[in-house]
Design a protein around this ligand. Structure first.
Ligand code: UD1
Ligand code: MG
Length: 433
């Protein structure tokens, strides 16, 4: 099946009240990206005609998705007059005859997991799975190999609640069937909503074939609560980490490591236990030691940590970053910063050593200022560099020095510490020993 043979409609207009959040459900993130992003990303791999139905917080949903995709059709649901998944399907106009409808709260689907829906000869194919605990899902009543109807939990009788075959929320329809049955939906149910699932019983009553397709929860789990969100995130984490390990990255105790969807590894990398690497970070031929946090940064031919923190927009190359070092929006190339430092809004050049406890004082309470450190500079321990400040190449800063703005020129030593006084026998007099 080619990309241009199927249209996909993603339902993303619901409130998601079970999430207990001010944020629209489909904008909650998994592995650093919104649920809706994940589902659109997989959908685009099999279709070039994607419609997303929005209503609740539609401006933020459209704005957020437009950051990633520029070829999505957004349709606004009249959720006041036509609430529910069936209401969401009104006014949908697709390019192709075959239409795959996906709930927007299934971030774990993959293109491969959708292929089965495209192959069948039945008039309708719908996803089912068997769950030990079917709580929250619509129950699927199957008879003679055909789906007869779907009963929502809130409408189910006691015996229907015992059914453990549930609707996963993916359907392959033809445009003809949707055009015929969507206008006929009624809202005479517990939730007073127009249920897309009622199309199934109507089509079946007219003698159409409705094939159940058995799918797995690992790909089709619906996210309705924050507990579901955490379960889905763990599943996706495992996929992301397996993918990178198969690509050559070493991970120690991978279950303790968190890697966002946007992170990229190149070459040979090692990630030790307890690390968190987020955003669009890029790690190239580097060793990230235990319990380090890297956010939206690039690390190349370097080692970082243990217990280091690279905050967004840090660029580290050929560099050693040791424990308890925090770097923010800074570029370090060929540098050693081994212990207990804060380097923010700075550039640091080759051959430079940053001693223990060095701090770039980048913030004056109102504005942030830059620190520029040249090549082969030696910054002694416990020094403060009050930005804006420039240390040219070949500069020495004595330990314990406070450099107050300005520029230290090549070849110079800066010392600000008070002269040492030594008082003989003071200790013995003080403690009267
Ligand atoms: C739905 C199915 C249920 C199935 C479950 C699978 C219906 C009536 N029920 O229930 O049989 O077992 O999914 O996860 O379809 N949405 C809209 N507009 C609305 C309401 C919802 O676009 O007016 C969207 C939501 O944003 C969501 C999706 O449709 O992405 C499903 O809605 P949700 O409220 O989660 O339905 P469930 O109760 O989970
Ligand atoms: Mg749901």
């Amino acid at each position: 099946m080619h990309k241009n043979q199927i249209s996909i409609v993603i339902l993303a207009a619901g409130k998601g009240s079970r999430m207990k959040s001010a944020k629209a459900k489909v904008l909650h993130t998994i592995c650093g990206k919104e649920m809706l992003y994940h589902i659109i990303k997989s959908s685009r791999m099999i279709s070039d005609d994607i419609t997303v139905v929005v209503a609740h917080q539609k401006e933020s949903v459209i704005k957020q998705m437009s950051l990633y995709f520029d070829d999505i059709n957004f349709v606004v649901q009249d959720d006041i007059n036509f609430p529910g998944t069936g209401g969401a399907m009104k006014n949908i106009c697709t390019k192709n005859e075959k239409v795959l409808v996906l709930n927007g709260d299934m971030p774990l689907i993959t293109p491969q997991s959708l292929y089965g829906f495209l192959k069948s000869d039945s008039d309708v194919v719908m996803s089912v799975f068997d769950l030990q605990n079917p709580d929250g899902y619509g129950r699927v009543i199957i008879d003679g190999g055909q789906v007869q109807r779907i009963v929502e939990q809130k409408d189910a009788s006691v015996s229907e609640l015992q059914v453990t075959t549930v609707n996963a929320g993916v359907y392959a329809f033809s445009k003809k069937i949707l055009d015929k049955y969507i206008p006929l939906l009624k809202n005479d149910n517990a939730q007073k909503e127009y249920y897309l699932t009622d199309v199934i019983s109507m089509a079946r009553a007219d003698g159409l074939s409705i094939a159940p397709l058995l799918v797995d929860e690992e790909h089709f789990k619906g996210i309705n609560s924050k507990l579901d969100l955490s379960v889905a995130e763990e599943i996706m984490q495992n996929r992301i980490k397996a993918n990178w390990m198969n690509g050559g990255v070493i991970m120690q105790l991978p279950s303790t490591i968190y890697i966002d969807e946007g992170v990229v590894f190149e070459g040979e990398c090692i990630v030790e236990n307890g690390c968190r690497i987020t955003g669009e970070s890029k790690i190239i031929n580097s060793h990230i030691k235990a319990h380090s946090v890297i956010e939206d940064s690039v690390v190349k031919n370097s080692d970082v940590g243990p217990l280091a923190h690279l905050r967004p927009a840090s660029n580290i190359e050929d560099t050693h970053i040791g424990n308890f070092v925090e770097i923010k929006k800074s570029s370090l190339k060929g540098v050693k910063a081994g212990h207990l430092s804060y380097i923010g809004d700075a550039t640091v050049d080759e051959g430079t050593n940053i001693g223990a406890g060095v701090i770039t004082c980048n913030y004056d309470g109102i504005n942030k200022h830059k620190t520029t450190i040249g090549k082969n500079v030696f910054v002694g321990s416990d020094s403060q560099l009050i930005a804006p400040v420039t240390l040219e190449d070949d500069v020495m800063i004595a330990a314990g020095t406070t450099v107050r703005s300005g520029k230290i020129l090549s070849g110079e030593l800066a010392v600000s510490s008070a002269k040492l006084r030594v008082i003989k026998d003071f200790y013995y007099k003080f403690f009267k020993k």
